[in-house]
Design a protein around this ligand. Structure first.
Ligand code: CUO
Length: 704
C-alpha cells in the first residue's frame, strides 16, 4: 500500500469519529487546518502522522448536492431512492477528482459533513469504479462497521476488557463470537443462524451491491440478469444448508397481507451511539409505509401488489410497455439486443434509470425490503429504527430475506419457464466424452468434510475503543477442507479443443428423502466452478483446486493485510493480490454443511464448446477477474455467452436421446455431461487445515 492509498483507505476507518481522530497502525490523522498543526487529545498517547489537507475553496456546501440530506447517525440504505440520490451526488463529486490524492483531499473535507454510512459507501464505490484506482484494494466492511456484524454485547465486552487492561498493555484484547449466534432450539429457523449471520455472506452481499449499484450511472454488462442469477444462487445455497439441518426449502413470501411467521432480533446497533436496529416479532404483518423520517414518500401494500401484477402480466404476455406506450418484447434471443432477463431485472430490482417504465412497474423489490424493514413501526409511532432488511450488509441475517427473495426468484423463474428448452445442439458437444469424475480431499475420495474455523478481525478499525492495543474479534464460521476435482475427458474430435468446464452441486434427495425430478432439483443446483481448458486429442486428466473456484473470493483483506502488503493467501505471489478485487462468494461457504452422518450430494459436470461460450474481451479487461460467475469482470463483459445458470435455468427438453427426461441423470446420458455421487460430512469441530504453499490452478495431464 503506497502513501496515497494509505491516506485514502484510512478515511474508511472509524466512520463515526471525526476526521482528525488518529487511526490505523500508523496513527494517521487528517489536518484540515492550514495555520498550525492540529493537536488532539486521546487516551492513547503517541505521535500522530498528520496528513495536511489543504483548503479547497472549490468545495462548497453546494458541491455536496443532496449528499447532506441523510442525517448523520442514521442508517444509509440504497433500497431508498432519496439515499441513492444522495449517494449519486457524493459519488459524482468523488469520481470527478483528478487522482487518488485529490480524492483523498475532497473526501477528507466531506467526511464530517455527511452521513457515515453514505461516506464509506461513496468512497468505496469510487475506489471500485475508478479505473485509475484499480490497484487499490478495499478492506473488509467487517472492520469498517463491526457493529453491523457482531452483537453489541461482544463489542461492549471488548470495551470492558480494554478498560480493565493495564495502560502499557500491547497484547491484543480478543473477543470470541460464535457459534452461539441468535440460536435457540425453540425456533427451527435458528438452526441456520450460523449461515445467515456469517460475516462473509453479509460482506459479500454488501460488496456485490457496491459493484452492481442501482441508479448510480453504472450500466454493467448483463446487470439485470446477474441480479437475478446471483440472488438465485444464494437461495440455492441457503436451501442446501436448510436441508443439511433438517429444514424444508424456503417458502416464498407472496401473501403480503398475511403475518410473517418468523421474527428477527439482530442484537446489532446501527451506529456507535448504541441505537438498536428495529426488531420484528413473530407474525408481524406488513403495512402501508407512512413514515416521514427516512426520505421516502408514503406507499401502500396495494402499490406493491399492483406493480407485481403488472410485472407478472408482462411476463405472461411476453412484453413490457415503455413510457411511450410501446411494447418491449421479453425474449432471451441475444440477437435482438438487451436480453429479456436484463429488461426484467432492471425494472424489477428496480433501477429507475434502466427500468423500461418506472412509473408503471414501480420500485417493487427495493420497497419490499423497506416495507418489511419497517413492518414493526410503519408509521413511526414508536420512533424505532429501520430493521436489518433495510441494509445490504445486514439483510441476509434475517430469515425473511430469503422468503422475499424466493418470491423475487419465483417471478424470474416464471419468465424463464416461458422460454423454449435448450436444444440438443445447445446441450451436447460431439466428440467430447466425460469418462469419470471424482473428488479428492486429503486421502479421502468423494467425501468432503466441513466443520468450523475462526477468523480474526480488528474491531478497533471501525470503533474507537480508546485502546492502546488491537481489539480483535474472533468469529467462528462454517468451513471445509480444501479439495480437488479430477475429471477424465476423452477428446475424440481428432484435434485440440478449447472447452468450458461447468461444475454444479445439488443435494440428491428432497425433504421426503426421495430422489428428485429435474424440476424438483432444478433450483438447488449451486454453481461450484466454471473454467476454460484446452483439451488435447485423446485422454485428458483435468485437476482443479477448490480454492480457484470462479464463484469465490479467496480472501477478505483486513486493514492490516493492506498495510503490511500481505498477499491473498499463504504461498501466492505478492502481485497476485492485484488479481483479486474483493467481490465473490466467500471461499469458506463454497461447500454446504452436510450432515454428521454424511449427506448425499451430486456433482454435475458439463463440458461445452468454448467457441460458443466465449465473449470477446480486450486484454485490459481481464483485471479483477476473481469471483466472475457472481461478479462479472470489473471493466469487461460477463465472460460466458450462455444464459447464467445454463443448463438449469430452463425447462428440460422433452426428450434426451431415447429417454423421457425427468431427472438430471437423464441429461447425463449425453457424453459431455457426467453426474457423480459424493458425500458431505459435517464434523462439529474446528477443522485442522494445513497451509498449502502450492499455487497450481488447473492442470491437465494428457495421454494420447
Ligand atoms: Cu440483494 Cu434484495 O437484493 O438484497
Amino acid at each position: 500500500m503506497n502513501q496515497t492509498e494509505r491516506n485514502l483507505l484510512m478515511l474508511l476507518e472509524m466512520p463515526y469519529e471525526d476526521v482528525s481522530r488518529p487511526r490505523g497502525r500508523d496513527r494517521v490523522g487528517y489536518d484540515l487546518t492550514t495555520a498550525k498543526p492540529l493537536r488532539v487529545t486521546t487516551r492513547v498517547s503517541g505521535p500522530v502522522n498528520w496528513v495536511t489537507v489543504p483548503e479547497r475553496p472549490d468545495l462548497t456546501l453546494q458541491s455536496l448536492g443532496r449528499a447532506t440530506t441523510i442525517r448523520k447517525g442514521d442508517v444509509f440504505s440504497f433500497f431508498v431512492q432519496q439515499h441513492r440520490r444522495a449517494a449519486r451526488d457524493l459519488c459524482q463529486l468523488f469520481m470527478k477528482s483528478k487522482d487518488g490524492d485529490d480524492l483523498m483531499q475532497i473526501a477528507a473535507r466531506c467526511k464530517d459533513k455527511v452521513n457515515e454510512g453514505l461516506f464509506n459507501y461513496a468512497l468505496c464505490f469510487t475506489i471500485v469504479h475508478r479505473k485509475d484506482l484499480r490497484r487499490t484494494r478495499l478492506p473488509t466492511v467487517v472492520e469498517m462497521f463491526p457493529n453491523k456484524f457482531v452483537p453489541m454485547e461482544a463489542l461492549t465486552k471488548a470495551q470492558v476488557e480494554v478498560n480493565r487492561a493495564p495502560l502499557d498493555q500491547t497484547e491484543p484484547v480478543i473477543i470470541d463470537h460464535g457459534p452461539d449466534f441468535a440460536t435457540t432450539t425453540i425456533k427451527a429457523e435458528h438452526r441456520v443462524s450460523y449461515w445467515r449471520e456469517d460475516y462473509g455472506l453479509n460482506s459479500h452481499h454488501w460488496h456485490w451491491h457496491l459493484v452492481y449499484p442501482i441508479e448510480m450511472g453504472v450500466n454493467r454488462d448483463r446487470k439485470g440478469e446477474l441480479f437475478f442469477y446471483m440472488h438465485s444462487q444464494m437461495l440455492a445455497r441457503y436451501d442446501m444448508e436448510r436441508l443439511s439441518v433438517g429444514l424444508n426449502r424456503v417458502v416464498k413470501l407472496d401473501n403480503w397481507r398475511a403475518p410473517i411467521d418468523d421474527g428477527y432480533f439482530s442484537k446489532l446497533t446501527v451506529n456507535n451511539s448504541g441505537r438498536a436496529w428495529g426488531t420484528r416479532q413473530d407474525d408481524t404483518v406488513m403495512q402501508d409505509f407512512r413514515r416521514n423520517d427516512f426520505g421516502l414518500e408514503s406507499f401502500t401494500v396495494t402499490d406493491l401488489e399492483q406493480w407485481r401484477s403488472r410485472i407478472l402480466a408482462a411476463i405472461h404476455q411476453g412484453f413490457m410497455v415503455n413510457r411511450e406506450g410501446e411494447r418491449v418484447p421479453l425474449s432471451d434471443d441475444v440477437t435482438s439486443g438487451k436480453r429479456g432477463i436484463d429488461i426484467l431485472g432492471d425494472s424489477f430490482e428496480a433501477d429507475a434509470d434502466l427500468s423500461v417504465n418506472s412509473q408503471f412497474y414501480g420500485d417493487l423489490h427495493n420497497l419490499l425490503h423497506v416495507a418489511i424493514a419497517f413492518s414493526h413501526d410503519p408509521d413511526f409511532a414508536h420512533k424505532e429504527e429501520v430493521g436489518v432488511m433495510g441494509e445490504s450488509a445486514t439483510a441476509m441475517r434475517d430469515p425473511v430475506f430469503y422468503r422475499l427473495h424466493r418470491f423475487v426468484d419465483d417471478v424470474f423463474q416464471q419468465y424463464k419457464l416461458t422460454l423454449p428448452p435448450y436444444s440438443m445442439d445447445d446441450l451436447s458437444l460431439p466428440g467430447v466424452v466425460v469418462e469419470r469424475v471424482g473428488l479428492r480431499q486429503g486421502d479421502q475420495t468423494d467425501i468432503l468434510v466441513t466443520g468450523w474455523s475462526d477468523r480474526e478481525f480488528e474491531a478497533n478499525r471501525g470503533i474507537d475503543f480508546a485502546a492502546g492495543m488491537p481489539v480483535m474479534l474472533r468469529l467462528r464460521h462454517i468451513d471445509h477442507l480444501p479439495f480437488n476435482y479430477h475429471i477424465m475427458v476423452n477428446n475424440q474430435t481428432g484435434a485440440d479443443k478449447q472447452v468450458t468446464v461447468r461444475i454444479f452441486l445439488a443435494p440428491r434427495r428432497n425433504e421426503r428423502g426421495e430422489e428428485m425430478s429435474f424440476m424438483d432439483q432444478r433450483l438447488l443446483w449451486a454453481e461450484m466452478d466454471k473454467f476454460t481448458v484446452s483439451l488435447k486429442s485423446g485422454s485428458n486428466h483435468i485437476e482443479r483446486m477448490s480454492k480457484d473456484s470462479s464463484v469465490t473470493n479467496p480472501n477478505e483483506f483486513t486493514f492490516r493485510d493492506l498495510e503490511e502488503g500481505r498477499p491473498a493467501e499463504p504461498g501466492t505471489s505478492e502481485n497476485s493480490e492485484f488479481d483479486f478485487c474483493g467481490c465473490g462468494w466467500p471461499q469458506h461457504l463454497l461447500v454446504p454443511r452436510g450432515k454428521p452422518e454424511g449427506m448425499a450430494y451430486q456433482l454435475f459436470v458439463m463440458i461445452t464448446d468454448f467457441e460458443k461460450d466465449k465473449v470477446e474481451q480486450t486484454a485490459s479487461d481481464r483485471r479483477c477477474a476473481n469471483g466472475v460467475s457472481f461478479c462479472g469482470i470489473l471493466d469487461g463483459k460477463y465472460p460466458d455467452k450462455r444464459p447464467m445458470g445454463f443448463p438449469f435455468d430452463r425447462r428440460p427438453p422433452p426428450r434426451v436421446m431415447d429417454s423421457d427426461l425427468t431427472k438430471a441423470a437423464d441429461l447425463a446420458l449425453l457424453d459431455n455431461i457426467f453426474l457423480h455421487n459424493i458425500t458431505i460430512r459435517f464434523t462439529d469441530d474446528v477443522l485442522q487445515k494445513e497451509t498449502t504453499t502450492t499455487t497450481t490452478t488447473t492442470t491437465i495431464t494428457t495421454t494420447t
